[in-house]
Structure formats: C-alpha cells, structure tokens
Ligand binder design. Structure first.
Ligand SMILES: Nc1ncnc2c1ncn2[C@@H]1O[C@H](COP(=O)(O)OP(=O)(O)OP(=O)(O)O)[C@@H](O)[C@H]1O
Ligand SMILES: [Mg+2]
Length: 161
C-alpha cells in the first residue's frame, strides 16, 4: 500500500492539486472519496472535471445519486452514495463495475455507505477538514495500476507503507 499526503491551505491549493490529479485521469480512472460533510469531496471533483474539459456546471450529486458529464475529453460519472441504502447500492453495483472497467472517470463520494466491498479497482481519497479553509488530502491505493498516479502526484517521493 502506498500513499501521498497533501495539505491544502485554501481552496486555491485544492484546485491546483485537482488540476495535477486530472492529468492522470485523461484515459479514465475510479476515485472513491471519503471525508465528512463539507470536507471538499465535491469541490475536488468539480476541479478535476473542469480540467478534463467539462463545460457545464458541476453540482453535488447528493440528491440525485449520479451526475453524468459528457462534454469533456472523457466521460465522467459522479456518484454520491450518502442517501442510498444497501439495497440501492446493490442495484448500481453492475453500473459501477462496468464504469470502472472502461475508459471513463468515476467519482464515488461516500463510497463507505455501500457497506459492501467495492468489487473494482480504485484510488481512495480521504479528505480531512483541518480548519475553515485548510484540508488534508490522503491518496491511497492497494491496486498496482494506481500506484503510478500516487508516485506521479508526489513527484516520485512516495511513502511506502
Ligand atoms: N481548501 C479547501 N478545499 C476544498 N473546499 C474548501 C476549501 N476551503 C474551503 N472550502 C469550502 O468547503 C466546502 C466543501 O464543500 P463540498 O460540497 O465540496 O463538500 P463535500 O465533501 O462534497 O460534502 P458532502 O458530503 O456534503 O457532499 C465548499 O464550500 C468549499 O468552498
Ligand atoms: Mg459532495
């Protein structure tokens, strides 16, 4: 397991981080986002999507569960599982698995609400609220194909755990 930690002092730092991360998502990828309400999961996804060329406004999928964006260089599926019960999660599992095995970007906020083991490969992003504008970002993965992204983010100074 390797990880990369980054402290954003303000929203602008978060945007810079997201822009860098987006460079690794041009051919697709799956990101599971964890962190409290207001941590910045949607804010991060918004900036990644914008960098990938999405033209329309990127809004929180909290109420609709899924937002799709097709105007960028790669299709983007942005999920928020917060309001889904376990049965609901089962119903979208096939979709999730299909997306994560294709050349699309999938963001899953509140992935832990599935209460089921995610059946697919992803990079995990934990965002911790430090103060009003300060956030800690921790990228982790147990999957080989995402290791290079973590190394790339840290300019190859990755902490091996
Ligand atoms: N450094 C920062 N990084 C990200 N967001 C920040 C930062 N500083 C302030 N913010 C603000 O924090 C809020 C983050 O809200 P956001 O909707 O992204 O949270 P979320 O983690 O998606 O919450 P939810 O669980 O409700 O979906 C935004 O209002 C954003 O402007
Ligand atoms: Mg959100």
């Amino acid at each position: 397991m390797i990880e990369y930690k980054f402290i954003a002092n303000n929203l602008n730092d978060t945007k810079k981080l997201a822009k860098k991360f987006a460079q690794f998502m041009k051919t697709g990828g799956c990101v599971c986002l964890y962190g409290d309400i207001g941590a910045g999961k949607t804010a991060f996804c918004r900036e990644v999507a914008k960098t990938l060329g999405v033209k329309e406004e990127i809004t929180s999928p909290s109420f609709v569960i899924l937002n799709e964006y097709k105007t960028g260089i790669v299709p983007i599926y942005h999920f928020d599982l917060y309001r889904l019960e376990n049965e609901g999660v089962k119903s979208i599992f096939d979709e999730l698995e299909e997306y994560t095995n294709s050349n699309v970007v999938t963001f899953i906020e509140w992935a832990q609400f599935s209460n089921l083991k995610t059946p697919f490969e992803c990079i995990n992003l934990q965002i911790n609220y430090l103060d009003e504008t300060k956030r800690e970002f921790i990228f982790k993965t147990e999957f080989e194909k995402y290791n290079s992204i973590i190394r790339g983010l840290s300019n190859n100074e990755t902490i091996m755990l």
